[in-house]
Ligand binder design. Sequence first.
Ligand code: ZN
Ligand code: ZN
Length: 410
Amino acid sequence: MNESILRKYAKLAVRSGVNVQKGQPLVITASVRDADFTEYCVEEAYKAGASVVNVKWNDEVISHMDYEYQDTETLKIIPDWFIDRVRYEHDNKACYLHIESETPGFMSDIDQEKLTARRLVYMEKMKPYRAYTMNNIGQWSIVALPNPKWAKKLFPDLAEDKAVEALWKAILTAVRVREDNDPVAEWEAHDKELADHCRILNDHQFDKLHFESETGTDLYVGLVKDHIWCGGIGETPEGICFNPNMPTEEVFCMPDRNRVDGKVVASKPLSYNGKVIEDFWFEFKDGAVVDYGAGKSEEALKQLLDTDEGSKHLGEVALISYDSPISNMNILFFNTLFDENASCHLALGRCYAENIKGGYDMTEEDILAAGGNQSLNHEDFMFGTRGMKVTGIKADGSTVEIFRNGNFVM
Ligand code: ZN
Ligand code: ZN
């Protein structure tokens, strides 16, 4: 990709994405493959007034070797200094830019138990620090860059360089970066449209949503009382706006963890903990998954559900029109950042405090009591389809059509 486009994308990530403020530290996580783009981001951040920019480099190949050669006991060791560093960043009000470039299924040959063992220790140790990003205390943003293996998975018939080019094109389309436009301005307009959808849904205060689709989904999702639909822009308590996900097309809300009933059939595979889970479904009763199945990697799905009690309940429900820029490309990205924005989705696990009135001031117990879910996990899976029908049902039983043939009609 040429330098001017890369710089434009870097500027979008730093300005509209994480929106680093004057005098604020920025932490970037990036793959060693993406040094050029990362350098542009660092430069853009300093130009925006960042006090210090720290880059945490990662390397998929080395991570794979770690899991391959270390035994489980060694993998479970996460030293205190690792957590101390995170605490130091939070104490200094740092913001986070994650430049993602994951190869789907890269860990698929690694023993699931090893992956889960480390993940559990990591999540447990990080638990006190999760709120910083989950509750938007500090700004954070995720953008993605292509890599050859990821590109070949999407475009297996193309030569490697052509495949990377095609994935670049898809990513830039999704994040609205073109040779001739001002993506920062386009994002402002896009964020406004999402805000309008949220406003209408918030005014209705539906008691529950009814989802029906041609794939067999027939699901009622209760919403918590005083819920707030959110989308696009996130905001810190100080009022700093940022875009947590680039791209983003969703408006999302807090399901009632005890009022979900019926069957949901996933419409896209789920890349989870290095595995790709395909053709899966869940049956819910009184909010909990009571039955499930998968055509591929059912074991990984079981690990996900068995993580803790909250992993069997929903923490997010999100609406996305089938005719969105990402969906219209009709590409399966094998990456949640993109695929979740192509389709209505649900998340198993923890809810977002921003989705309920006064949520930031509530304890985990308060949120649980209000019907919000708590868990170490938050895993999105897609179930939106071309034929998706969504009906809003109010407490008095009256109904409002929200989606017809996969798209917003309200
Ligand atoms: Zn979502
Ligand atoms: Zn989610």
